[in-house]
Design a protein around this ligand. Structure first.
Ligand code: ADP
Length: 447
């Protein structure tokens, strides 16, 4: 087992990893930009190293600075959290070249899943159901017309190198295709330096269902059920739950096994998430994330596991601590992502927290780096807290979430808490009847 782990991240996820390290008796090293000198992850870690100025490019994304921080502190392994360098295969290679351990999958697996066409081809070969679409990249507008005509409209043009919802354009009819194709290509070129795109059938009313998988890197893998992340704004998840109100035990076991078998077949190591759109009882693979997800706590609550501990165990060469037969869902969990943003425009609202009170009580988990007097810097993601509840069933989880949101105090800045309060009054949310477009439509009337 490692003696010391460096966490190449900030905010709540850095705290999450430091907490796991403490429970495992491992020393933790925080890295921070000058803007984060007073951050909670710096205070909570055993040691900390300043790795640069506020700009992420020069700090949290600076590979030389992070490797130097490992060398200075003697950390043997790096946990990347999510975002930043977590899915950067080049970083993983450099970490290994320096004799350090990356807590996550191999560079090859990150590359395989980072390129969406390769990811889709691989999943198809492994028996995972995919969205109907072009075979590989679509290079010319003539080819785009041919592929779309054969599939039928609407279609979606997507960047091969895509991420964060960029380089994606819907063509409702043939008349939209020329523009969708050229916009997706130019957006992709600007964002990723690569203008290759592919075309998929556009699903009109799907849910976003993702399967948590975990592999030991030696051909053994399990699944830990699904998360429903259909409530999205601009492709950003807002509220997530486990289990999905739309999935029954038989369906879960079936798609779960398909996913676990697929990652076992490629000797995948560590935590991963296979994302699907789900419509008319069918699953359609869209992408695999080769890292811990923001919403992992709902799975932890329902399956009674510590996914970060498990990541560390497997990265250090130990076996996984569970087998599939031991993993049974228990109760219901919901997570609200609370952002420092002013509604209704969702405008970033950084600034000083004058008063902070975290909710507590039975079945309540608050993952947040806030404290009284903390100054939220304007440079990073606006996520300030994840409020997670766990209860025996969905109705009691909703009641618990309302109660916990009512206890929470974050004064001094604007947050998205009122949005969550409002959502928890909506009949469609209470009945679980929503798809990936529900929130955007609802927001048109919300003010
Ligand atoms: P990114 O990596 O940019 O997040 P994804 O492939 O994960 O891109 O897609 C992000 C979101 O875009 C999905 O959650 C869904 O809302 C929408 N989307 C992607 N592909 C399709 C499709 N074929 N039909 C309908 N919606 C889609």
């Amino acid at each position: 087992m490692f003696n010391k782990i460096l966490i190449a991240n900030r905010g709540e996820i850095a705290l999450r990893v430091i907490r796991a390290c403490k429970e495992m008796g491992i020393r933790s090293v925080a890295v921070h930009s000058t803007a984060d000198a007073d951050a909670m992850h710096v205070r909570m870690a055993d040691e900390s190293v300043c790795i640069g100025p506020p700009s992420s490019m020069q700090s949290y994304l600076s590979i030389p600075n992070i490797i130097s921080a490992c060398e200075i502190t003697g950390a043997e392994a790096i946990h990347p959290g999510y975002g930043f360098l977590s899915e950067n295969a080049n970083f993983v290679q450099i970490v290994q070249d320096h004799g350090l351990t990356f807590i996550g999958p191999t560079a090859d697996h990150i590359n395989m899943m980072g390129d969406k066409i390769t990811a889709k081809d691989t999943m198809k070969r492994l028996g995972v159901p995919c969205v109907p679409g072009s075979l590989g990249g679509v290079a010319t507008i003539e080819e785009a017309h041919a592929v779309s005509a054969e599939m039928g409209f609407p279609v979606i043009v997507k960047a091969t190198a895509g991420g964060g919802g960029r380089g994606m354009k819907v063509a409702k009819t043939v008349d939209d295709l020329d523009e969708a194709f050229s916009t997706a290509r130019s957006e992709s070129k600007a964002a990723f330096g690569n203008d290759e795109v592919y075309i998929e059938k556009y699903l009109t009313l799907p849910r976003h269902i993702e399967i948590q998988v975990f592999g030991d890197g030696k051909g053994r893998a399990v699944h830990l059920g699904e998360r429903d992340c259909s409530l999205q704004r601009r492709h950003q998840k807002v509220l997530e739950e486990c289990p999905s109100p739309a999935i029954d035990a038989e369906t879960r076991a079936r798609i779960g096994k398909t996913c676990a078998d697929a990652v076992a077949a490629i000797n995948y190591a560590g935590a991963g998430t296979i994302e699907f759109l789900y419509e008319n009882d069918e699953f359609y693979f869209i992408e695999m994330n080769t890292r811990l997800q923001v919403e992992h706590p709902v799975t932890e609550a329902v399956f009674g596991v510590d996914l970060v501990r498990e990541q560390i165990l497997v990265a250090s060469g130990e076996p996984m601590s569970f087998v599939q037969e031991e993993l049974a869902p228990n109760g219901h969990s919901i997570e609200c992502r609370i952002n420092a943003e002013k509604l209704p425009e969702f405008r970033p609202s950084p600034g000083k927290i004058s008063q902070f009170h975290a909710p507590g009580g039975l079945g309540v988990r608050m993952d947040s780096h806030l404290y009284d007097g903390y100054k939220i810097p304007p440079y990073y993601d606006s996520l300030i807290a994840k409020l997670i509840v766990h209860a025996p069933d969905r109705a009691s989880a909703i009641a618990r979430l309302r109660r916990a949101l009512g206890e929470m105090i974050v004064d001094g800045i604007d947050t998205t808490t009122p949005l969550h309060n409002a959502l928890l009054q909506e009949p469609d949310i209470l009945s679980g009847d929503y798809d990936i477009h529900w929130l955007e439509k609802w927001l048109e009337t919300y003010s």
